[in-house]
Design a protein around this ligand. Sequence first.
Ligand code: AMP
Ligand code: GLY
Length: 424
Amino acid sequence: MKILIVGGGGREHAIAWKAAQSPKVEKIYCAPGNAGIAQVAECVDIGVMDFDRLVAFAREKEVDLTVVAPDDPLAAGAVDAFEAAGLRAFGPRKNAAVLEGSKAFSKDLMKKYGIPTAGYETFDSPEAALAYLETAALPIVLKADGLALGKGVLICNTLDEAREGVRTLMMDKQFGAAGNRIVIEEFLTGREVSVLSFVDGKSIKVMASAQDHKRAKDGDKGLNTGGMGTFSPSPFYTEEVDRFCRKNIYQPTVDAMRAEGREFKGVIFFGLMLTPEGPKVLEYNARFGDPEAQVVLPRMKNDLVDVFEACIDGTLDQVELEFADDAAVCVVLASAGYPEHYEKGYEISGLEKFAGTDGYYVFHAGSKFGPNGKIVTNGGRVLGVTAVGADLKEARANAYQAAGWVEFGNKYMRRDIGKAIDEA
Ligand code: AMP
Ligand code: GLY
């Protein structure tokens, strides 16, 4: 089989690495890919939103299966474009990717089908939103309706902050059209857990749980980022929580999408808050998380391509997902200054130390080949260093050890990825 992966970050590297282990796969292309993905795939210089060229490329190379990994092309209908050309693609169609693409849609869906989530109201005008705030309880959460690189969520502790937030999202349009409509919701407390799942339209198979660290600095300080590190499994995701979520959240979400005529095929990522009243959905994503994929996929025993195909063919009920009884931790090595201003183009050394090691992986998020053929930094998040271990503590020690094997200019990482493990 020939596979095309659309995307070019750490998540796509993990997907490509895992797909490459399938005996069925003879060739992997990645658009646009990066210098790390180039070890397992042929990278082609086509942007993730350039559907015409992606489809033409898949046709020309007789690609058997395209995997669309990032949120933007999914929300814009990349899978529909491949299907319209008679090509197989993994991921939700546009009418299902709205589960992530519109917070107002997902909140209304949860309300209609009784799926536990924070109470909320939706607003199309800043005046109405500001009026609502006057009597709302604090803290309060403001969310841009549309995709905003994971940064369209504001947690406001005071009325002034909340007023300012409405202005930022709806009037100054910091996230563009994503802020034309906002959701204002109740602030929830508890542990956050990420649960990724495969869905074939009817059935759902849940992967191992994980936890992300979204803030840039230690102690969950600093700005929200795409994610600075992850661990899997989450010790807070107990059997009781799992039972509750299977009954009240996972299958009900799949059934709700089907009932709405928006059959979902692909990956649903449940962002959960384990509140004192039980688990509630914070958000849905319509794709693998990044860097959740970098800890979940190394623990997965199945042939990833088989599972992708079962999702497309509607035969997921016949698949038994299997995960190793171990743990994994991913530490993101970023460029200092991320997510704001940072420099790129520094040579990365030490990558060869991962060759031949068992249970240590370096997934490239932002790297490219420099003029002299050396690999240089090319993004805010540069590398994701993942290590497995018998348990979370061992995996964390291994990951931090391996994070020291690589060096580059302005290298920055959080030192407390997985610290919550000690409180479990
Ligand atoms: P989201 O993009 O919706 O996952 O929001 C980003 C982050 O904001 C989440 O990972 C939470 O840490 C936080 N967050 C979102 N919604 C709420 C809420 N209702 N209560 C408390 N924190 C929230
Ligand atoms: N790491 C969070 C996300 O991928 O949205």
